[in-house]
Write a protein that binds this ligand. Structure first.
Ligand code: NI
Length: 227
């Protein structure tokens, strides 16, 4: 499932990120690439260990913790510290699949990448091109979202970023390991949770069917989740 989550960051938070990013030192984006990705990747990144990157990464993680939709859709177990990238002057990222295992340099922290996330930090009218295109069995899906919005997609998908031919596309990107490894199971849990929330708003949390469905949700989660 590919999902758009609006307003993960406020416009003020986006402006703060942009200010910090403008003043920071950038490096070649291939610092974090796998072998095949390095052949097709052409962009800039904040170094994984930079003070600015860590500080902004924490801001993004805090925002994710407050997003009920993100938690329900991703069921995160471990989130990789968010990274930041920038494409300009024709830079692009050709078709690739993200590495299955992502270690954090200089630590024993590592995750299996179940979901990939892009948090847009530039408005769509600031740049031409720079669309994220994700391919799945239903075809190609495009995302170029307002600043502050996030897109979440299975890390198993082939994806690319089209060349940025005007302006600059800046974004945060990261991966997470979900408590529920299987995308189909995770998607059904998200749909069930969303429906229960809507029913509860209409009928009340103590409605007997809402209680029963809530129990069903938790029993499925218990069956499918690693924690
Ligand atoms: Ni990728």
């Amino acid at each position: 499932m590919m999902l758009r989550i609006p307003e993960v960051l406020s416009k003020q938070q986006v402006a703060h990120c942009r200010q910090v990013m403008d003043a920071a030192q950038w490096i070649d984006g291939n610092a974090t690439s796998g072998h095949q990705s390095a052949l097709v990747k052409n962009n800039m990144q904040l170094p994984e260990t930079s003070v600015e990157g860590r500080q902004l990464g924490d801001l993004v993680l805090d925002a994710l913790e407050r997003s009920a939709v993100f938690i329900s859709a991703a069921l995160p177990l471990k989130v990789f510290p968010p990274l930041f990238n920038r494409y300009a002057g024709g830079q692009a990222f050709g078709i690739h699949v993200d590495n299955a295992i992502r270690p954090l340099a200089g630590s024993d922290f590592r995750i299996r990448t179940d979901l990939s996330c892009t948090l847009f930090l530039a408005e769509p009218d600031e740049y031409d091109g720079g669309e994220l295109i994700v391919e799945d069995t239903y075809g190609a899906h495009r995302a170029k979202l307002p600043a502050g919005d996030l897109v979440l997609y299975p890390s198993t998908s082939l994806h690319r970023v089209t060349p940025v031919t005007r302006g600059a596309r800046v974004a945060s990107f990261f991966w997470l390991q979900s408590m529920v490894r299987d995308d189909g199971q995770r998607t059904m849990l998200f749909q069930l949770d969303t429906s229960i929330q809507q029913l509860a708003a209409r009928l009340g949390n103590d409605d007997p069917q809402v209680v029963q469905l809530t129990g069903l949700y938790h029993n499925l989660l218990r069956r499918w989740a690693d924690s």
